[in-house]
Design a protein around this ligand. Sequence first.
Ligand code: GLA
Length: 392
Amino acid sequence: MLKRISFLFFLLLSAQQPGGSILAPAPPMGWMTWNYFGENINEKLVKEMADAMAQNGMLNAGYEYLMIDDGWQGGRDKKNNLIPDVEKFPSGIKALADYVHSKGLKLGIYSDAAPLTCAGYTASFGFEEQDAKTFAMWGIDYLKYDYCNAPKDVKTAIARYRAMADALQKCGRKIVFAVCEWGVREPWLWAAQQGAQLWRTTYDVRDAWSSVMEIYGQNVTLYPYAGPGHWNDPDMLIVGLRGSKGPAGLYGGIGCTDIEYQTNMSLWSMMAAPLIATNDIRSMHERTKNILLNKDVIAINQDVLGKQAERKIKDSVFDVLLKPLRGGDFALAILNHSDHAHEITIDFNTLGLQGSYEIKDLWRKDEMGIAKKWKGNVLSHETKLFRLQKIK
Ligand code: GLA
């Protein structure tokens, strides 16, 4: 209870800051190496991804962070400075950051609050200030900070995340700080106060429908904790992975249908989650592109109010989510999580909405006129996504 009150107090204070001055005023968008490439990363790959993002419409659509996950590290030099693996990154991270920045993108990197990372590479515990300065010197814009090999108790976790947050605040560069302790110690209750802009709420996503549903179920209830500069992070998108080998393909990650990928994008957008693609964006299937680059859907995710959708209906066939948007608009999502198609009717009144709205179906790109309810067929595992525009 005390923690909840102090979180609300923190929200009150942070809400008073001028919008432009906070880090991550909207959920971060980008691409991350992990789900597809795991530790098999190098500077050539990262540059190719930067080129792809600048050319394939991703950067224009808002995907601005290019993030290097675990596997880039090469230990420490004689002065204990963190260094990259020279075989994977022979030109160094600063040169890579310069290249990424020259494309109009930002660069993210990864470390861990223990001596070693999850994949066993050199990490930052005990070297927080030195590593934060190194990241700043390289031109890093985002740090994902993992929690493998660290003590289990929440007190230590808070202290270790605080140490890195403080170091980042002193490092001379604005670096978004992403906590990754998988929701185990309820970071939504403390991570923002320690200086983080987002925190993972679940274990790793897999390229499977069951994983999308499990993670959605855990994250959807956390809507009070999301807002500008402080986001729930239900892990990366799996859109377009199509059962490829890589970490997201492990433990039953057999791939999803395009309808299911569309649901992944819809729900993450509704939950104001970071939109971090992980498929091979150098050669995207048209269907994948249509899902990741739908501007109307992205606008729901990035809306300036920064509200995470609230689940209004939960039954054995479908869920209904409602997300307030600026100007009195709403985003409405209808998820059919059952194994059969269903005809569904949603009366907007039952969701607490008064009056009439202009409806737009954001996946079919269909302006449907003014209405007080929606009735239609929703396929198995499909999410219908609408913008309800308030009639002025
Ligand atoms: C953990 C994280 C993943 C990824 C790996 C890297 O499992 O949850 O997102 O960063 O570590 O080793």
